[in-house]
Design a protein around this ligand. Structure first.
Ligand code: PEP
Ligand code: MN
Length: 295
């Protein structure tokens, strides 16, 4: 079962995105964190962790368990873009400090969202990958500023954005000087009330054709329900995605945000095993980080 292999095409100078376009470029491989974990090319990656950083013990518990399964990149939101201003907005700088502390203890790399230009420097000091959420995909001044952030960017597709708009958003970061952009399909708005968003599987092989940038999927925010996450994740990786970012919580029922879509620790370990199998079946390798958990 070969993974989707992109075709090559010339890039016209009047193209709306040029640096992001596949052209005759090989796949971009982004190196993340102190361990230089590869994302892109023939590497399959899993990033995982809670929706939000909640407290030191909960974060360390999930990170330690994930690290034991070989997951090398920890996700966790310190700044949460919530629909209601009255909902928990994240721990902010205190959350960043917990992420950095957990990075130190486990050796994991950290991905976390940055909401505003003025936060970039602070977030970049505590994290290895800066996430741009769906609500900010078209925040062009933020994208432009991320060109000088000195950290890879995980750019999520806007919840109502076309593929071309996503690629143009990536182009802003690339054109501003940062070559390390990974794209993330996280579902788009639909009429279906039984799931949170419609996961758009088309865009996985489509993006592999159109761009050399790594393609990541977020089955958690796409499905909105933990029972669908495993299937969506393995399907997308089989279709050519370079990896997944999934929400995991040691006790999903008690999660402050997005417990319904969070895998528990056993389910996360099962997903690691499945992605390893799919990676090998498609001629690629699952990136297993070396575990380092200090007392
Ligand atoms: C998240 O990953 O925490 C998040 C808020 O995702 P999205 O921007 O895709 O909704
Ligand atoms: Mn979430």
């Amino acid at each position: 079962m070969p993974a989707h292999r992109p075709t090559r095409q010339p890039v016209a100078t009047n193209h709306p995105y040029r640096l992001a376009a596949r052209g005759d470029r090989p796949d971009t491989i982004i190196r993340v964190g102190a361990a230089a974990l590869p994302i892109g090319g023939d590497h399959v990656t899993m990033m995982a962790g809670p929706c939000a950083v909640e407290d030191r013990d909960a974060l360390f518990e999930v990170a330690e368990a994930l690290s034991r399964t070989g997951v090398g990149i920890l996700r966790g939101g310190a700044y949460k873009p919530r629909t209601s201003p009255y909902s928990f907005q994240g721990l902010g700088e205190a959350g960043l400090e917990l992420l950095a502390e957990t990075r130190e203890r486990t050796g994991m790399a950290v991905v976390t969202e940055v909401l505003a230009i003025e936060d970039i420097e602070l977030v970049a000091r505590h994290a290895d990958v800066l996430q741009v959420g769906t609500r900010n995909m078209a925040n062009y001044r933020l994208l432009d500023a991320l060109g000088q952030a000195g950290r890879p960017v995980l750019l999520k597709r806007g919840q109502g954005s076309t593929v071309e708009e996503l690629l143009c958003a990536a182009e802003y970061v690339l054109a501003a000087g940062n070559p390390d952009v990974m794209l993330c399909e996280r579902g788009v708005r639909s009429f279906e009330p039984l799931v949170r968003n419609a996961f758009d599987l088309n865009v996985v092989p489509l993006l592999r054709e159109l761009t050399h940038l790594p393609v990541i999927v977020d089955p958690s925010h796409a499905a909105g329900r933990s029972d669908l996450v495993h299937g969506v994740a393995v399907g997308a990786v089989a279709a050519g995605a370079h990896g997944v970012i999934v929400e995991v919580h040691a006790n999903p029922e008690a999660a402050l945000i997005d417990g319904d879509q969070s895998l528990d620790l056993d389910a996360a370990a099962m997903l690691v095993d499945s992605l390893d199998v799919i990676a090998r079946a498609t001629g690629r390798a699952f990136t297993r980080a070396t575990r380092r958990v200090a007392a």
